[in-house]
Write a protein that binds this ligand. Structure first.
Ligand code: ADP
Length: 491
């Protein structure tokens, strides 16, 4: 009988289940989207029950697709949207309120009020910036606003956690109440140096420690599925937050190795080894992974508008019909194009952090047409990546190699220019489902399918390596043009 690893990839817009063979190759995938709720300005919620239902259905249908059963699943790995916060009843397992999603800004006023006195302490302890993005203020809001939540917490009847904890609870029918260290590191309650829940921060956010889940290594014994779920007891042996899982799936195991995921936004994670690198450029220091008690750290930066810029060109400007078309148009344009699109549609991120800046297009001439504007859109992703890497370098971390993934990484033009501008090799893997792959790798490692990180490294297969082809003059001229455009965009 063929054996598999089941990877659950619970994302922001859909829940997915993938089966990997024991060589680490994906052989089947099922996914289901679920509803996004926007009950007030800046609020974003998911129905946690729908998250569970879509996850369970995806798992069942991916098994059915290969006509296989729980008996052939060696182990399960879970990866999930990070920071999103759920509260549920320990007796019934029912959510008491909708999950508050990472994008939700409802606790902005609270964060502002703590900024002066606590931002530095929070960065020192957690590696994060005091921001509504992370779970701490979402947990606090839930405890204060969900009827009876505090009372239930005091009585030991309440569970609160991130999506990984909620899924573990549901998969084991309430037996497992754990989180992994990468998810814990996004709560803003976890001390990344001491590697435990931080007493001072729990006090600050008024969260009783006894209601929080126990923290485990990424590869660990997370319990077994209840037999009502998939028919039998399958060990759950790996858990990782999505960006960390993508880095793991890209085999960024060592210091200096980085991955950049290009979807709607862009997420760059650089492994900084066994040391925390603190940022003066408002990047995040976080846990890359912990295995057998050995911790690797990472520095993380994000781009607000990556694929979203291409969607804007398609849906608002309507100058392309689909994203794929952009590459052909860019090939028609001279490589020293001096038209720049600064996609500050929702402000500028690292290293400028200017929420009031707005997007602009610079340097147009009578010759400028659709191909030039589309190319400027694509190049904005390249320039923003360079800015992130410059910021990371300024913080003292060093990039040795970059691996890319995500839907937009299929665009060869973008990745070629990325290699040119960064002046380093950029690798794109054969398997671009890197998030689920990371979850499968860590579960496989823990369950003995893979014997070591080296063995996993041997399985990683590149599709293409992009080598730099441009000279220093090109890099300097192009990047200076971009910097000038950004300067003119700052509010
Ligand atoms: P997400 O997971 O955020 O939904 P995906 O990884 O599925 O994103 O990538 C989709 C994004 O990538 C879309 O914003 C789309 O516009 C962009 N995209 C996909 N293919 C291309 C391409 N060939 N060229 C440019 N952009 C692309």
């Amino acid at each position: 009988m063929t054996k598999y690893i089941l990877a659950i990839d619970q994302g922001t817009t859909s829940s997915r289940a993938l089966l990997f063979d024991l060589d680490g190759k994906p052989v089947a995938i099922k996914q289901e989207e679920f509803q996004q709720h926007f009950p007030a300005d800046g609020w974003v919620e998911h129905d946690a029950s729908e998250i569970w239902d879509t996850t369970l259905r995806s798992c069942r249908s991916v098994l059915a697709e290969l006509n296989t059963t729980w008996k052939n699943i060696v182990s399960i790995g879970i990866t999930n949207q990070r920071e999103t916060s759920v509260v549920w009843d320990r007796q019934t397992g029912e959510p008491l309120y909708r999950a508050i999603v990472w994008q939700d800004r409802r606790t902005a006023t609270l964060c502002n009020s703590l900024q002066d006195r606590h931002a530095d302490e929070i960065q020192q302890k957690t590696g994060l910036l005091l921001d509504p993005y992370f779970s701490a203020t979402k947990f606090k809001w839930l405890l204060e606003n969900v009827p009876d939540a505090r009372k239930k917490a005091d009585a030991g009847q309440l569970a609160i956690g991130t999506i990984d904890t909620y899924l573990l609870w549901k998969l084991t029918n309430g037996k497992s109440y754990y989180t992994d260290i990468t998810n814990a590191s996004r709560t803003m309650l976890f001390n990344i140096k001491e590697q435990s829940w931080d007493i001072d921060l729990l006090k600050l956010f008024e969260i009783p420690q006894h209601i929080l889940p126990e923290i485990k290594d990424c590869g660990a014994d997370y319990g077994c599925t209840d037999k009502s779920i998939l028919g039998g007891a399958i060990p759950i042996s790996g858990v990782m937050g999505d960006q960390q899982a993508a880095a793991f799936g890209q085999c960024c195991f060592e210091e200096g190795e980085a991955k950049s995921t290009y979807g709607t936004g862009g997420f760059l994670l650089l492994n900084t080894g066994t040391n925390v690198v603190y940022s003066s450029n408002r990047l995040l220091s976080t846990i890359a992974y912990r295995l057998d008690g050995d911790t690797y750290y990472a520095i993380e930066g994000s781009i607000f508008m990556a694929g979203a810029t291409i969607q804007w060109l398609r849906d608002k400007l309507q100058i392309i019909q689909n994203a794929n078309e952009s590459e052909g148009l860019a090939r028609q344009v001279p490589e020293d194009l001096s038209v720049y699109l600064v996609p500050a549609f929702t402000g500028l991120g690292a290293p400028y952090w200017d929420p009031r800046a707005r997007a602009a297009l610079y340097g147009m001439t009578r010759d400028t047409g659709i191909p030039e504007i589309v190319t400027a859109g694509l190049m904005s992703i390249v320039y923003q990546t360079k800015e992130l890497i410059d910021a990371i370098s300024a913080d003292g971390a060093k990039l040795s190699q970059l691996r890319v993934d995500g839907g937009l990484s299929a665009n060869n033009f973008v990745i070629e220019r990325l290699a040119d501008l960064l002046n380093c090799k950029v690798h794109r893997p054969k398997i671009t489902e890197t998030t689920a792959l990371g979850a499968a790798y860590v579960a496989g490692l823990q369950s003995g399918v893979f014997s070591s990180l080296d063995e996993i490294k041997g399985k990683w297969q590149k599709d293409v390596t992009f080598e730099p082809t441009k000279d220093e003059t090109w890099r300097k001229t192009q990047y200076t043009g971009w910097k000038t455009a950004v300067r003119r965009t700052i509010s």
